[in-house]
Design a protein around this ligand. Structure first.
Ligand SMILES: *Cc1c(COP(=O)(O)O)cnc(C)c1O
Length: 398
């Protein structure tokens, strides 16, 4: 096994990936953010306040749940679910939003902006902005606003202004473009709470660090429960924040396999999926160098996924590095596989997962039967499916 670097270099490179590809006007803001983050990391008062908010406001630690009926049905490995779906606001996103709002406050920035795809990050950001009395503007694609109407209403109740983005495909990529445009204009007063392990340094590292609590807890919980480490970790990968949060604390444990699951959409043909490692190329998108879905002219390819939160043309740079090194395997689940998993987990475990999460569950259904009865899988149940119920109901004709 090659040596795996667990920290990027000073400019945010994970091997050949990552870095800072931003307009000149943002460079000093990103440098300030990096410096403030480094100070906060070493500040016991910051860490204590964040830990208390994660516990009392967000609901950590989340349980590690043994999915007994799923395990029996699949007839292979013992399946555990890390229940990020039980967090306040319904997904892992709140871990990062809380960390970043504390940083914004340290930097004296009272205006908060964010992008959102499925709306989970927008809701998490609007929530922490309300909690800390900040102005909040969320950029969201028109297509996503339609498929995630519930989350749009939640953001508005939380006091956020939701700005409709109609450019291009009117999904996550365009929402990020608008948020970056806003940031360039208002950088002195504004902090941009980016929602995944994406974009320019320091975001991929910082967002990952705020989600490492997932893996740190899972590690302690499985050692208590089974007195050994898991054999396989599984998580869905949009930008890659819930996956890297679970994986990172296990990277040095050579015997722990890890599988990241991308969105296979309607199958791997151009424009109908969002699996960057199935035909993506090295490119630069929205601040970072990583695997990007592009066409033969180098233009960003159209993407598609049933799940708005996985529907993005680039993957977080650390995942590109971990894939190259062979440390993490990447596979994909199609829309239909995810929808079946969504329904099956609801029926046999009483847990309705987010459609994003359902991609990870689909992978569990493929992997568990190939393993021995005493093997252990931990899958990240990254979010709950309330937001997706009406979309799934339409699909299944309920
Ligand atoms: C946003 C979201 C994802 C995808 O984002 P990552 O950064 O890849 O984790 C996955 N699951 C849920 C529930 C989400 O809300």
């Amino acid at each position: 096994m090659p040596v795996i670097e667990t920290m990027p270099d000073a400019r945010g490179h994970f091997g050949p990936y990552g870095g800072m590809f931003v307009p000149e006007t943002l460079m000093s803001a990103l440098e300030d953010l990096t410096a403030e983050y480094e100070r906060a990391k070493g500040d016991a008062a910051f860490q204590k306040e964040l830990a208390e908010l994660l516990r009392d406001f967000a609901g950590r630690p989340t349980p590690l749940y043994f999915a007994e009926r799923l395990t029996n049905e699949l007839g292979g490995a013992r399946v555990y679910l890390k229940r990020e779906d039980l967090l306040h606001t319904g997904a892992h996103k709140i871990n990062n939003a809380l960390g970043q709002i504390l940083l914004a406050r340290r930097m004296g920035k009272k205006r908060i902006i964010a992008e959102t795809g499925a709306g989970q990050h927008g809701v998490a950001t609007a929530t922490v902005a309300a909690r800390f009395g900040c102005e909040c503007i969320i950029y969201m694609g028109a297509v996503d606003m339609e498929r995630q109407a519930l989350n749009v209403a939640r953001m508005r109740f939380l006091g956020a202004k939701v700005v409709t983005v109609t450019a291009g495909q009117a999904t996550l990529k365009e929402a990020i473009n608008e948020a970056m445009r806003d940031w360039v204009t208002n950088v002195r007063t504004t902090h941009y709470i980016l929602g995944s392990a994406l974009g320019s340094h320091p975001y991929p590292m910082m967002v990952r660090d705020f989600h490492r609590v997932i893996g740190v807890e899972a590690r302690r919980q499985i050692l208590e429960r089974e007195e050994r480490l898991p054999d396989v970790l599984i998580a869905c990968v949009g930008g890659g924040s819930n996956a890297i949060g679970l994986f990172h604390p296990f990277l040095k444990d050579d015997d722990v396999r890890m599988i990241g699951v991308e969105a296979g959409g309607e199958g791997i043909r151009s424009g109908r999926h969002a699996a960057r490692f199935q035909g993506g190329k090295l490119g630069v998108l929205q601040g970072t160098r990583t695997f990007v879905l592009t066409n033969d002219d180098g233009q960003i390819e159209l993407t598609h996924s049933v799940s708005a939160g996985l529907d993005y043309a680039a993957i977080g740079p650390e995942h590109s590095y971990l894939r190259d090194s062979g440390r993490v395997e990447y596979d994909y689940a199609t829309d239909n596989e995810a929808l079946s998993a969504f329904r099956r987990l609801a029926e046999i475990e009483g847990i309705i997962p987010a459609l994003e999460t359902a991609h990870a569950i689909a992978q569990v259904m493929k992997t568990a039967p190939t393993l021995a009865h005493d093997d252990i899988i931990i899958a990240n149940c990254s979010g709950r499916g309330d937001k997706d119920v009406s979309q799934a109901a339409t699909h299944f004709g309920f």
